[in-house]
Write a protein that binds this ligand. Structure first.
Ligand SMILES: [Mg+2]
Length: 342
């Protein structure tokens, strides 16, 4: 099997760029796995939160061909081997896992979701609005609602939370997910969370620092909203550790290493009676496609990472406002927008 990779630059959609939150250009890595005249694709999405860097992922990818063997159908064995040797580079492993599933789906002529025995994903994604000055938030909220998004995720922990949330609840009655991104201490969190009650959060994500996960049990007992772990929950073993302390987990492919590991997390969470959110970082549709393939297994889908781009370099996922629909084409069903990008 041959493995190539190249960087791609992603640009945010103009409408969402203002002086306050001009999102810097973001680079990801497109991985192309070729075998027997057929290519499968994956995307490496690095997050500094998990000490992931483009250079680190590239070095890991350069070392991976020797571990792939000569049978792309042996995904379980290959991913095990990659984890054994490159455990710190789950972002790169996720991209290779994606490329393997894409390759197998294309070879068999079936979409990846079908290969996995799942229904065709037609799911509603939440739309995320970041921390910003109140006036900017109002513009974003207005745009999101005008565009038809019917589930919002708001980052909390800024100075203007109550102003923002009050404004949103004046105009929006639908599901509202609040993500504190580790913003609070165990001491201050109970009061902070109780103060969010009027805004009827559907759930509250990662209120405490990742290492303070034990204290999330106390926050569940407040009864304001289900408490979900994101930064505290990276891999399958974390699901077991967090059982009893949180109501649900946020699975992201660059944290866990792709479809294979995500399915283990889903199985563990379901077995333990925990809820599941499927999340992402800003990326092209290439990284969204493998997550979307298993999105029917999640209670909450937060796969808006490609919706903010000015020109998504990959196409194939149909979306109508918050409704994401997976392709029926073989494999992941996404391909480069321009021929020269392939
Ligand atoms: Mg989060």
């Amino acid at each position: 099997m041959k493995l190539d990779h190249r960087r791609q630059t992603l640009r945010p959609r103009y409408a969402f760029v203002t002086s306050q939150f001009a999102v810097a250009e973001k680079e990801t890595i497109v991985v192309r796995l070729e075998h027997d005249g057929l290519a499968g694709y994956g995307e490496v999405v690095c997050s500094p939160l998990y000490n992931q860097t483009l250079e680190g992922a590239e070095a890991a990818l350069d070392a991976m061909p020797a571990l792939l063997g000569d049978d792309p159908f042996a995904i379980e064995t290959i991913v095990r081997r990659l984890i054994e040797h490159h455990d710190a580079h789950r972002d790169a492993i996720a991209a290779v896992d994606s490329a393997l599933y894409d390759w197998v789906g294309k070879r068999l002529g079936v979409p990846v979701w079908r290969l996995l025995g799942l229904d065709r994903p037609r799911v509603r994604t939440t739309f995320t609005i970041g921390i910003a000055e109140p006036e900017e938030i109002r513009v974003k909220v207005r745009e999101a609602l005008a565009a038809g998004y019917d589930a919002l995720k708001i980052k909390v922990g800024g100075k203007h939370d109550h102003d923002t949330l009050g404004h949103i609840r004046e105009h929006f009655d639908g599901p509202l997910i609040l993500d504190a991104n580790q913003g609070w201490t165990p001491e201050e969190a109970p009061a902070r969370i109780e103060a969010l009650t009027p805004y009827r959060p559907a759930l509250i994500e990662q209120p405490l620092r990742k290492e303070d996960w034990r204290h999330m049990a106390e926050l569940r007992r407040l009864g304001v909203a289900p408490i979900f772990a994101d930064e505290s929950c990276e891999r399958p073993a974390d699901v077991v550790r967090l059982h009893g302390f949180v109501d649900g987990i946020n699975i992201k492919f660059n944290k866990c290493g792709g479809i294979r590991e995500a399915l283990r997390m889903v199985a563990l969470a379901r077995g333990l009676g925990m809820q599941i959110m499927l999340g992402c970082f800003v990326s092209s549709s290439l990284a969204i496609a493998p997550a979307l393939a298993i999105a029917t297994l999640a209670d909450y889908v937060d796969l808006d990472g490609a919706l903010l781009l000015a020109d998504d370099p990959f196409t194939g996922i149909h979306h109508d406002a918050s409704l994401l629909e997976a392709s029926t084409a073989p494999g992941l069903g996404v391909g480069p927008r321009s021929a020269e990008a392939s």
